[in-house]
Design a protein around this ligand. Structure first.
Ligand code: NAD
Ligand code: IPM
Ligand code: MN
Length: 354
């Protein structure tokens, strides 16, 4: 039976809590099914590592990751380090350089969640596709006249035809694989007259190869209203790095809690290992309390299992997680009274019944 090598990067805050919860559950699953082995290697990158070494990751971090079949990431960010240092030190130092260009964020109402919208009669089931390698996160720009009255700063959003085309193809393929075959391309091509206009152009070029996918353009501001007012009119959405960062948190909130939202950083060419993580961050307000919702990371691990070829195991894991949530074993973000370890034990008990 195959052995998969997984890099575990718990990071900061509740990251280690949700990653260790997930490792327990995935190891239990592998052991119960007996069809594959999963071998987690702990990688200590994060704020503690930064305080000891002066960097968030090791010098050879990309090559280190390339030795694995996939990565499971927790969160990064600490109250006493500026966020742009921690995030560019770790997470953004990996996503772009490893060219994990497709960030896939499924959002659906989950057993135990309450969608705050009464317009979502059948619940929410969306697939958000985020460009994950450039755009507003290109890191280009700078500051001049620092501290002076006339100080200026630029934050350059850089868009390339190659990167837009590859994410657009990925999004059309994703939409095509879903029953509704519907894609919304989100831009802001009214006020943004360069990169966003290129997005619209590439979308219409790529669409010609997908005649069975119904697609439309939407401005990002109007899109937020549509998500709230007409959730049933949405299936797959694609947009830029920043636009989809914001829309994916909104979507998670509309589906009930950010504590259940997963995120896959994929290299669809499979040259580099893909990295799976919850959408949420290090959540300083609940760190150390043992009440972080581990479901977002469970779901991310299920997406990882699909990616490495264990689709059946992934489906079984999600089935166990949903049974536990439906039975009301929920953390406080979902209105429950369970703690993280309580959810882990309940899911492991379900796995035992498989
Ligand atoms: P956050 O996602 O950490 O927290 C937002 C709110 O959601 C908090 O009230 C938190 O308690 C709650 N929450 C988040 N995850 C939860 C879970 N699993 N269970 C229950 N409740 C949960 O966002 P923030 O407060 O904006 O950011 C905190 C830090 O995390 C910052 O340093 C930020 O830069 C960083 N961050 C990192 C990532 C990442 O590593 N992928 C993502 C987002 C934010
Ligand atoms: C996310 C996070 C990150 C992002 C931050 C922490 C850099 O918010 O994964 O959604 O903006 O991509
Ligand atoms: Mn985000």
């Amino acid at each position: 039976s195959p052995t998969y090598r997984i890099a575990s990067i718990p990071g900061d805050g509740i990251g280690p809590e949700v990653v260790s919860a997930t490792i327990q559950v995935v190891e239990k699953l592998a052991q119960k099914l007996g069809k594959f082995q999963i071998d987690f290697t702990h990688i200590p990158w994060g704020t503690k590592y930064y305080k000891e070494t002066g960097q968030y990751v090791s010098d050879d971090c990309l090559d280190t990751l390339r030795k694995f079949d996939a990565g499971l990431f927790g969160a990064v960010g600490a109250p006493d380090v500026p966020d742009h240092i921690s995030l560019w030190g770790l997470l953004l130092a990996i996503r772009g350089p490893l060219q994990l260009y497709a960030n896939v964020r499924p959002v659906r109402t989950f057993p135990g969640t309450k969608c705050p919208l009464n317009t979502a009669t059948e619940g929410i089931d969306w697939m958000l596709v985020r460009e994950n390698s450039e755009g507003e996160y290109s890191g280009q720009g700078g500051r001049s006249h620092i501290g002076q009255e006339w100080e200026a700063a630029t934050e350059v959003a850089m868009f390339t035809r190659v990167a837009i085309k590859r994410i657009m193809r990925f999004a059309f393929e994703t939409a095509q694989s879903r029953p509704k075959k519907h894609l919304i391309v989100v831009t802001k091509s009214n006020s943004m007259r360069n990169g966003m206009v290129l997005w619209d152009q590439v979308a219409s070029e790529v669409s010609k190869d997908f005649p069975d996918v119904a697609w439309e353009k939407m401005l990002v501001d109007a899109m937020t209203v549509r998500m709230v007012a007409k959730p049933q009119s949405i299936d797959t959405i694609v947009g830029t790095n920043l636009h989809m960062d914001i829309l994916s948190d909104l979507a998670a909130g509309l589906a009930g809690s950010i504590g259940v939202a997963p995120s896959s950083n994929l290299d669809p060419t499979r040259k580099n290992p893909s990295i799976f993580e919850p959408v949420h961050g290090s959540a300083f307000d609940i760190t150390g309390k043992g009440i972080a919702n581990p479901v977002a990371t469970f779901w991310s691990a299920a997406e990882m299992l699909v990616w490495i070829g264990e689709k059946d195991a992934a489906a079984k894991l999600m089935q166990c997680v949903e049974t536990v949530c439906a039975a009301g074993v929920l953390t406080p973000d979902l209105g429950g009274t369970a703690n993280t370890q309580g959810v882990v034990e309940a899911v492991c008990a379900e796995i035992e019944k498989l």
